[in-house]
Design a protein around this ligand. Structure first.
Ligand code: ATP
Ligand code: MG
Length: 407
């Protein structure tokens, strides 16, 4: 058994229960996104590196440490997408959709970050996400949050999460806040982590998102954004909270939420659970009014969120198992052709059915019993339908079968 090839660290296979949970999350999210008027997009899983390096922020953890960036054989620098928003905005621009607003986008797929793998943290993970591009009103922010809340409800985990919202203000608020933070943190510059010393010079706001314990102690007493908000930014945040109340979405205000990426303004929010240890954020997002312009498009506001499917999948109850296909069993080799005709008929009528590939009728029936199938169709001179739960059986015509089985 030497030399068995192993999966790459931080990646995992989706099989059995893991797959069932994963796809249940995706299907639930897809259904509810449609209910709110979002259309599904799929963008490439790799992009020109600049799509991410220009937008996520040069001091963000993702850009400094986590991107899978490489030169392809033509010497182009490409990056496996670490998140979905930048690609959607790139696609909005390159498909000429910035004139056709609003665009309401749902997406799902793999994301890649070079992180230290642990429970709920992988190198290839998967997200569902929505982006609402065009409207500048806080109603848009409230709608996407309500859609996220509805998805968590449909997954049965709304009770286990808390919605925390915050405002990062507008440009003027941020400039004032930045100055207040520089003043404060400069006094403790010597005590900051190496990463945060760099952030102090380049993007002091990012220090608030630090996971370093020493930093976190200083962050606890740092000045609050609230004091620096312009009247307009205050109005936006107040209006968001009113809309959330209208939609019946419970929330708390957490002034420490800043989000890990640079492109956010006004609204920032996270749905947090205590059930997953340090990996407690299951769904997170915010407003990104400058992003499309930063990518070379016109000035188009937007707001969105993404959720980690692996973290959601760990929180949900196991989804109901799919019904096991009807087992079609030839009673002897001579009846194989007839059994295949029955099999084909059932599938043509949208009834899940399968046939064993080997063994005599007795063996096949044993296997059908073990598989958990509800029925077996025994094909000999006569066609016999057997209820595998009760053991009851009776002769039927092939033509009558689909009707009986779909009843
Ligand atoms: P964290 O603080 O846990 O590192 P983040 O701020 O980097 O999260 P986002 O960029 O906001 O995460 O991504 C949105 C969601 O995607 C997260 O809330 C989480 O559920 C999920 N996620 C992010 N990184 C990973 C990962 N490496 N493995 C699994 N899920 C992840
Ligand atoms: Mg992270």
């Amino acid at each position: 058994m030497a030399n068995i090839l192993q999966p790459v660290r931080g990646t995992r296979d989706l099989i059995g229960d893991d797959a069932a949970r994963h796809f249940h999350v995706v299907e639930t999210a897809r259904r509810i996104a449609a209910l709110y008027g979002f259309a599904e997009w799929q963008t490439p899983i790799f992009e020109d590196t600049k799509v991410f390096s220009r937008t996520l922020g040069e001091t963000s953890d993702v850009v400094t440490k986590e991107m899978y960036t490489f030169e392809d054989r033509g010497g182009e620098s490409v990056t496996l997408r670490p998140e979905g928003t930048a690609g959607v905005c790139r696609a909005l621009i390159t498909n000429g959709l910035t004139q056709t607003l609003p665009q309401k986008v749902f997406y799902t797929g793999p994301m890649f970050r070079y992180e230290r793998p642990q429970k709920g943290r992988y190198r290839q993970f998967h997200q569902i996400g929505i982006e609402l591009i065009g409207p500048a009103t806080p109603l848009a922010d409230a709608e996407i949050i309500a859609a996220g809340w509805r998805i968590l409800n449909a997954l049965g985990i709304a009770e286990a999460v808390e919605l925390q919202v915050n405002t990062l203000g507008d440009a003027a608020s941020r400039a004032a806040y930045r100055e207040a933070l520089v003043n404060y943190f400069s006094r403790y510059a010597g005590d900051l982590s190496e990463d945060s010393k760099l952030r102090l010079a380049k993007n002091p706001l990012r220090i608030l998102d630090s996971k370093d314990e020493g930093d976190r102690k200083l962050v606890a007493d740092a000045p609050r954004m609230q004091a620096c908000l312009t009247a307009e930014a205050q109005g936006f945040f107040a209006s968001l909270q009113e809309y959330l109340a209208t939609f019946g979405v419970p929330f708390i205000h957490n002034p420490h939420i800043v989000r890990g990426l640079d492109y956010y303004n006004h609204t920032a929010f996270e749905f947090v659970t205590h059930a997953l240890g340090a990996q407690g954020t299951v769904l997170a997002g915010g407003r990104y009014d400058g992003l499309v312009e930063q990518m070379g498009g016109p000035c188009v506001p937007g707001v969105g969120w993404a959720a980690g499917i692996e973290r959601l999948a760990m929180l949900i109850a196991a989804p109901p198992a799919a019904p096991v296909p009807v087992a079609v069993i030839p009673m002897a080799e001579d009846y194989e052709a007839r059994a295949l005709a029955v099999l084909t008929l059932l599938r043509a009528r949208n009834i899940a059915a399968e046939i064993g590939y080997a063994g005599n009728a007795k063996k096949r029936l044993e296997r059908a019993n073990k598989s958990g199938a509800g029925f077996a169709v025994l094909v000999g001179e006569e066609i016999r339908l057997k209820n595998l739960a009760s053991g009851e059986q009776h002769d039927v015509t092939a033509e009558a079968l689909p009707g009986i089985l779909s009843a």
